[in-house]
Design a protein around this ligand. Structure first.
Ligand SMILES: [Zn+2]
Ligand SMILES: [Zn+2]
Length: 347
């Protein structure tokens, strides 16, 4: 079968991955599930993996097939699998967790002590077939299209996970600032709108992104290239500040907004990454604010997100590409030229 594989880390996206002919995976464990991939979302994290940014955080052996946002049709199951059978449409949580360790017992799939992460620590879905396990697959409701839903496996679940943490802290009438209305941000905004009665203040540099935000439920929009974000948040909240900030950019400029826009006791959730947090420790003490990280999300949260999608509460705009166009996708995302989310169709 064909697979888009990373052989060496590079900053050059034009020929980052090569399309190799590799063997179709054979199931190694009795809980294994083989998926014929119908859609694999391209993610900014794929660009970061190509650049070698994850090498010091996780074990990576190259060459490796990338692709962690996968959905498709079950092609084969191991002897012990009962959740799905051949022919079932599924979305794949990117982490194959063990189910036995304490974090797994607590439902914290991302903290599993014995996990494999498709497209990050083991082969992923930019290939005709993907090997995963029973604990990672979620059967799709009738009528759901695996190609369209694929990016929710990481982009969606990550945005949902952050929005759910923020929603826990948001009372009706509170304000939540959403920074960056791109691939993840526009999902996070819809999740917030579905789960809270907070006023959503959307921040972006592009007017088209802000128009989308207003369509998706933002009560206020701010072009941060032209307006003072802290000033607008102060106006909107009668100088109280926003209880929660969802930062889908994670640049120095956006993490730097936290002390100026947060209400006392508020949280600045860092979802996008690449920049730094440069605040004096006293900033966190004065106003008791927190920066909180976001790492994908739990299996159960992906189930919840699939429900929101099925109810029509969360819609995703996708662009589709063939496997042979994968480096074009990498390059276009690097230059901010993808509208919504790019999905690669490998089969
Ligand atoms: Zn991703
Ligand atoms: Zn585990």
């Amino acid at each position: 079968m064909q697979a888009a594989r990373l052989h060496e880390y590079t900053d050059e996206m034009t020929d980052a991955l090569s399309i190799d002919d590799v063997d179709r995976p054979t199931l190694e464990h009795s809980d294994g599930v083989l998926i014929e991939v119908e859609g694999a979302g391209w993610c900014q994290t794929d660009n970061h993996i190509i650049e070698g940014m994850w090498e010091e955080y996780v074990p990576q052996e190259l060459p490796m097939t990338l692709g962690h946002e996968n959905a498709g049709i079950v092609a084969e199951v191991g002897d012990e699998v009962t959740l799905v059978e051949e022919g079932d449409p599924v979305i794949c949580h990117p982490v194959q967790s063990c189910g036995i360790c304490r974090p797994c017992r607590l439902g914290e799939d991302m903290y599993c002590e014995n996990s494999a992460f498709n497209g990050l620590t083991t082969d992923g879905g930019f290939a005709e077939y993907l090997q995963t396990n029973e604990r990672a697959v979620i059967p799709l409701p009738e009528g759901a299209d695996p190609t369209e839903i694929a990016p929710h496996a990481d982009a969606g679940i990550t945005a949902y996970h952050a929005a759910k943490k923020a929603a826990d802290e948001l009372n009706p009438g509170d304000a939540c600032v959403v920074i960056g209305i791109g691939g993840l941000g526009h999902i996070g905004l819809q999740c917030l709108d579905a789960m809270t009665a907070a006023d959503i203040v959307a921040v972006d540099l592009k007017d088209e992104a802000l128009e989308l935000a207003a369509d998706l439920g933002a009560s206020h929009t701010v072009n941060s290239g032209e307006e003072d974000v802290a000033g607008v948040v102060a106006d909107v909240t009668d100088d109280d500040g926003a209880q929660q900030v969802l930062d889908f950019v994670g640049a120095d400029e956006t993490t730097g907004l936290a002390p100026d826009v947060l209400a006392a006791g508020g949280d600045h959730h860092v979802i996008g990454y690449g920049g730094h947090v440069h605040e004096p420790s006293q900033t966190l003490v004065d106003g008791e604010m927190a920066f909180r990280g976001t790492l994908v999300g739990k299996y159960a949260e992906l189930q919840e997100l699939v429900s929101l999608v099925d109810r029509g509460d969360v819609a995703l705009h996708t662009e589709q590409y063939g496997l042979d166009e994968i480096n074009t996708v990498a390059e276009r995302l690097e230059h901010g030229e993808i509208e919504g989310r790019a999905v690669v169709l490998p089969s």
